[in-house]
Design a protein around this ligand. Structure first.
Ligand SMILES: Nc1nc2c(ncn2[C@@H]2O[C@H](COP(=O)(O)OP(=O)(O)OP(=O)(O)O)[C@@H](O)[C@H]2O)c(=O)[nH]1
Ligand SMILES: [Mg+2]
Length: 395
């Protein structure tokens, strides 16, 4: 009689296979298909990195992080926005920077975006940046009278200055639009009608990176700690671009001693008590600031004085030294915040948080790339004028 395979129903077959599999696992627990229970938990005991966080942080944590379920619309927020001065041609370098900011912070923080341009924004720019933002986007056109070189500037003198800088290979030395941008950032952006509704801003640029998760809201830190300016990177300015700036600043301070803050940051800006400027400044492509400070009496008087000298066009005064001198001299030094735990990159420099801050933030940068201790950085000078402070994330 020929051998016959007994006919079985599919359900019975599956049950048979499963029982066989269980038998194998029971008899051979080390077989490759067995999964030890310990694989599901970390082999290292979990140590909370929050022990070294600055105080009050849990209060500022978002719903997404602390599981309170408050939701970003209902959590406490500052009256603040991101602001980006941008050209239509910057769009595809802006989108990844925005995505980065949204993924690391704004998905839970929920702050608006403001874009400013001296030209009308393209439909593509508006559509793609609005798609990228998780919040409201607003697009502002800059008044040409605030953007372009003023008529009273002596064009022959300005042209000669630009030609000289081209010869000396000064970066952007021959560019008028770059000068317009620096002057606009120095004295006008905070007066744009779209920004009048806000108190704080976070300046963004194309191609920048944010390396780490942000578990707290820096705008609330600014508000609660009464800060007017926050930075991550500081460095020396090119001397050729600001030849007469310091003399102009000293002249202003002599004329208006009432605006000079008592406990200011002079020792960060000068190594000899104010005789010479050491060229240290906060790198203004990253700024978290108080718009009311720029709009206030002291800084407006300062900016108008600088403007009257024409140095934005006869030299190439940058908004970074101008902001730094303004905030460094007319605001107390304790109102400036070094955000040492915010990972940030603007080519070619990185502020990469080190140690616990790197771990807490799931930072994607290399700790050795931290610029703080580089010879071209001024951050050690900053630390020197704030002795005894713990800079979480800075070496
Ligand atoms: N609308 C507009 N925005 C500008 C213009 N020039 C510069 N910007 C913006 O102003 C900001 C600073 O300009 P950048 O070209 O990045 O200047 P920078 O950071 O000193 O120089 P880089 O090292 O090249 O980044 C950026 O957000 C630019 O998009 C301009 O002519 N028009
Ligand atoms: Mg830039």
């Amino acid at each position: 009689m020929p051998f016959q395979i007994p006919s079985i129903r599919p359900r019975t077959a599956i049950a048979l296979v499963l029982s066989l599999l269980s038998l194998v696992l029971l008899l051979h627990p080390q077989s490759p298909i067995s999964i030890p229970a310990s694989s599901f938990s970390s082999s290292k005991p979990y140590v909370s990195p929050y022990s070294s966080y600055p105080p009050n942080i849990p209060e500022r944590q978002a719903a997404g992080w602390n599981g309170t379920g408050i939701g970003r619309e209902n959590r406490r927020r500052a009256n603040a926005t991101f602001v980006m001065l941008a050209r239509n041609s910057d769009l595809y370098e802006i989108l990844p920077a925005m995505q980065n900011m949204e993924d690391r912070f704004n998905w839970w923080a929920g702050y608006d975006w403001v874009f400013l341009n001296d030209q009308p924004f393209s439909e593509e720019f508006i559509r793609l940046t609005s798609d990228q933002a998780s919040t409201k986007t607003q697009f502002g056109l800059i008044d040409p009278s605030e953007w372009n070189q003023p008529d009273w500037i002596d064009e022959d003198k300005a042209t000669k200055a630009r030609e000289q800088m081209i010869k000396e290979n000064v970066i952007y030395g021959g560019s008028v639009p770059y000068r317009n941008m620096c002057r606009y950032n120095s004295g006008f952006f905070f007066r744009h009608p779209l920004l009048l509704q806000y108190r704080f801003y976070w300046r963004m640029e194309q191609s920048v990176k944010f390396f780490c998760d942000l578990h707290y809201d820096p705008f609330l830190v600014m508000e609660d700690e009464k800060k007017v300016y926050g930075f991550t990177l500081s460095l020396f300015e090119y001397t050729e671009t600001i030849v007469t700036l310091w003399d102009t600043v000293k002249e202003f301070m002599t004329l208006h001693p009432e605006h000079v803050a008592k406990d200011n940051s002079m020792d960060f800006l000068s190594d000899d008590g104010g005789a010479e400027y050491n060229h240290c400044h906060f790198w203004s492509n990253f700024e978290i600031g108080d718009l009311d400070f720029w709009r206030g009496e002291a800084y407006m008087a300062f900016f108008n004085f600088l403007e009257s000298k024409g140095g934005f066009y006869y030299e190439r005064w940058g908004d970074a030294p101008v902001h730094s001198l303004g905030v460094g001299l007319f605001a107390p030094k304790d109102s400036i915040k070094f955000f040492s735990d915010i990972g940030y990159y603007h080519g070619p420099y990185s502020h990469c948080p080190v140690g616990d801050a790197h771990r807490v933030g799931r930072c994607s940068c290399k700790e050795e790339d931290n610029f703080d201790s580089h010879w071209f950085s001024c951050t050690n000078k900053w630390k020197k004028i704030h002795p005894g402070k713990n800079w979480f994330g800075s070496p």
